[in-house]
Structure formats: C-alpha cells, structure tokens
Design a protein around this ligand. Structure first.
Ligand code: NAI
Length: 339
C-alpha cells in the first residue's frame, strides 16, 4: 500500500539532508508517494509567498508532511514559517525524543527523555507592539483549551509508551496567570484522568540545572512553547547535539515531521550536514503512518532504517558534528549498505 505525504525540502541544509533521507527511504522500500512543495526562503526565491497556498492545500489534503528546516530572519521580516504551519494545522504537541545513540560518546550514558512542547501559544502568539518609541511588548498567551489538550497529549503518550513520569517545567512563581494556568491544567489532567502516571513539577531554572547534573532522573517533560524550544536544544546537547534529535508536530488531524535543528546556514551547500535527525524524523513518520493506516510495511521499513543507522554509528561511521569524517551523502550511502 502506497501512502501519499507532502515533502518540504526547506532552506539552507534542508535540500541536502532531504535528498539523503529520501535515498534511504527508497532503499528501505518505504512506500511513500511524495508531493513536493516549497516553503520559506526557497518559496520566496521561486517568486511565491513564504508559505504558498499550494503547500497549505497539499498538507490539508494529505494530513502528513516531512519538512526540512526553514530560515527565519532575525529581528525583522516575515513570521516564522514553522510557527505559521503549526498554527495553520493546529499542531499543538511538538514531540522530541532525546536518547543516547550508539557510538556517540557524551558525558552521560543514561539519557532517555521525551520533550513535549506546547506548540501554538505562549510568546509565539506573534502579538508584539511598540507602545511608544523605546517601549515594546510581547504578549504571552495561555488558554484553558491549549494548556489542557497538550497536557492530555503528554499523559496519553506517557501511558501508551509505558513511561514512568511526566514533569512540568514552569515559572508560575513569576508568571502567575499564564504559567499558573499551564500548571493547573496539567495537575487537573493528572488528577482526573491519569493519576496512575507519576507526576511532578519544577521551576524551570532549577530544573535546567538538574537536567545537566543528572538527566537520568527525567522522563517525559511537558513545557509551554518558549521553554520547550529552549530545553529541546539543551537536551540535544546531552546526547551529542542537534544532529541526533528528531521531532514531530502533532494535531488531532495530522502531523508534520521535522528535525529540531534549523537550516544551518554556516554549513549549507557543502554536503557537510548530518542527515540523521531528519532521517530519524522520517522513521517517526513511518511509525505514525503504520499506526494511522494499519500498514505494517511502514513499521518494518522504519525498523530496518533504525537498525541500519544504529549500525553505522556503532561502527564509528559518523558525520563531522558527531566526531566522524563522513559527509552527508557518504553517511546516507553507509546506511543504505547496512539495510
Ligand atoms: P541551527 O540549528 O540551524 O544551527 C545551530 C548550529 O548547529 C550550527 O552551528 C549548525 O551548523 C549546527 N547544525 C544544525 N543542524 C546540523 C546538522 N544537521 N548537521 C550538522 N550541524 C548542524 O540553528 P540557528 O543557526 O540558530 O538557525 C539557523 C536558521 O534556522 C534560522 O533562520 C532559524 O530561524 C532556523 N530554524 C528553523 C527551524 C525549523 O525549520 N524547524 C528550527 C530552528 C531554527
């Protein structure tokens, strides 16, 4: 059975890592019929909007996409394509699994954390104003609906995957209303629907210190949007960096899979980027499609790909960011040989 999915190569290293990922998926017989669409600077360079209607229509039709990173200008210019996409399709739960990888040495050997980030609210609401010259403000938004649904998502995920605990990071001592609501909603979902899952809460500054002292004490983390963005990268640093952290943005009616890292303009166009995080995101996508469509062939392809990249890393066949010497294409070649 062939599944149709949207492919957005993105900007910077996006087209390189997307091409490498597609080669691996093809070699693993992942039966995906790709509908390629543009977004970001690539779309603007082609004379289109930064987020073209044809891209939105394709995602709306097929309900699943694999996306490369998109560049967002700093301090000026258009609103992040990523933020726009997450809002357009109400993809409210961003999920980033962070685990030690074979053959990637780090100060910690026992990291197995899943970051669940609220994806549509908080300071990413895009409401920023200049009150008067020299005075600007940004609005942090929290709603009962938004806080409750992501908490429910995190507890459901924890239960389905047999995880032991959900921990909320917050700053409700200072942001009493917004973070207070996030915390209240998580507490209520725990108490009323998931009291069998362990639950605790930590103020985010102390939590970050504990994360870098002993990550093994954490399991599923539940965070509002900004904290989730920052803590995802912190967690990436615990296991070897952004090259090994996949991600997915889930809503009730679709999902977009993408690596946590950005478009890495410093190495774009040089065949140096690590395609693994996007490949791991594609594996997450195959498992999601296997569940969604009852298509076991997708799960088998996912399993083969995972074994193949684990074997590459175990044998020391890695890209430069992980201390190896392979370029983007060479790493994909090794994974394909291992399939
Ligand atoms: P970045 O993640 O692109 O790069 C940070 C550092 O990590 C750089 O030194 C880069 O070379 C390295 N790096 C990232 N991915 C890598 C990979 N696959 N292999 C090897 N090295 C890798 O973050 P930065 O520089 O803050 O952002 C660059 C652009 O990406 C910005 O325009 C930002 O808005 C955008 N961005 C897009 C995201 C998305 O589309 N989901 C997520 C994060 C940032």
């Amino acid at each position: 059975m062939t599944t149709t999915a949207v492919l957005i190569p993105g900007d910077g290293i996006g087209p390189e890592i997307t091409a490498a990922t597609l080669r691996v998926l093809d070699a693993a017989d992942a039966n995906i019929d790709w509908v390629e669409r543009q977004a970001g600077v690539a779309a603007m360079d082609a004379g289109d909007d930064v987020l073209p209607q044809s891209t939105l229509d394709a995602i709306d039709e097929h309900k699943v996409a694999l996306k490369g990173p998109c560049t967002t200008p700093v301090g000026k210019g258009f609103q992040s394509v990523n933020v726009q996409l997450r809002k357009a399709f109400d993809l409210y739960a961003a999920v980033r699994p962070v685990r030690n990888m074979p053959g990637v040495e780090t100060p910690f050997s026992n990291v197995d954390i899943v970051v669940v980030r609220e994806n549509t609210e908080s300071l990413y609401s895009g409401v920023e104003n200049e009150i008067t010259p020299g005075v600007v403000m940004s609005m942090k938004v929290a709603t009962l609906k938004g806080c409750t649904r992501v908490a429910r998502w995190a507890f459901n995920y924890a239960k389905q995957r047999n995880r032991r605990k959900v921990t909320v990071f917050h700053k409700a001592n200072i942001m009493k209303l917004t973070d207070g609501m996030f915390l209240d909603c998580a507490g209520k979902v725990h108490e009323q629907e998931h009291s069998d899952v362990d639950y605790d809460t930590m103020i985010i500054d102390a939590a970050c210190m504990r994360l870098v002292q002993d990550p093994s004490r954490f399991d599923v983390l539940l965070l509002e949007n900004l904290y989730g963005d920052v803590v995802s990268d912190l967690c990436a640093g615990l296991v070897g960096g952004l090259g090994v952290i996949p991600g997915a943005n889930f809503g009730d009616d679709g999902a977009i899979f993408e690596a946590v890292h950005g478009s890495a303009p410093d190495i774009a166009g040089q065949n140096l980027a690590n395609p693994l995080a996007l490949l791991m995101s594609a594996v997450m996508m195959l498992n999601y499609l296997a569940d969604r469509d009852g298509n076991d062939a997708h799960r088998q392809s996912a399993e083969r790909i995972k074994k193949a990249y684990d074997e590459a890393l175990t044998n020391g066949q890695k890209t430069r960011d992980l201390g190896g010497s392979l370029n983007t294409d060479e790493f994909a070649d090794v994974v394909i040989q291992n399939l």
